[in-house]
Design a protein around this ligand. Sequence first.
Ligand code: ZN
Length: 208
Amino acid sequence: MATKVSQENSDNTSAGNELAAVDLERIAAGVRMILEGLGENPDRPGLLETPRRVAEMYAELTSGMREDPQQHVVPLPGDKHDEMVIVKDISIASMCEHHLAPFVGKCHIAYIPRDGRILGISKLARLAETFSRRLQLQERLTTDIANTLFEGLKPIGVMVVIEAAHTCMTLRGVRKADAKTVTSAVLGGFRTDPRTRAEAMALITGRE
Ligand SMILES: [Zn+2]
């Protein structure tokens, strides 16, 4: 699988071009309208800079929309490993596309290498980050990470589990402050072998 973005390009992207694709002015104008809609005075000193700040925050929270996730799925050149790899508790912060409200939680990624091919651990975290910094649904975030890893690294199996609290649920409506949503995506050997799947799940949840 070819990496679609060269190293030089990806460096430029993270340095600032990534934000150029976002129309900050337009977002700021929208935020100003929200303030007016709330009956606020957007020109009072406390709110004067708010539209610009919110626009920059949204640009950052969606920066993964302007990154190629495949760039993180490059096997380590020398090192080989054949046993299951699990990276637990990768912190994620994403944004629910239904409410534009954040959801935060932990992502756990397990895979069984094929022919010893492994990824740097930080690459798994970067993969989770690239997909979470988008307008998302937790279900899609989970399968996006799993599919990209499965297609890019071609391991025997991939399992991704995400546990997250959605502020659109915990702060409003039914106010289930402690409610967590758990989603999983299971591919390849983890899907066909219940024993391996159970082993990975036990390692992820810390339960036997
Ligand atoms: Zn929501």
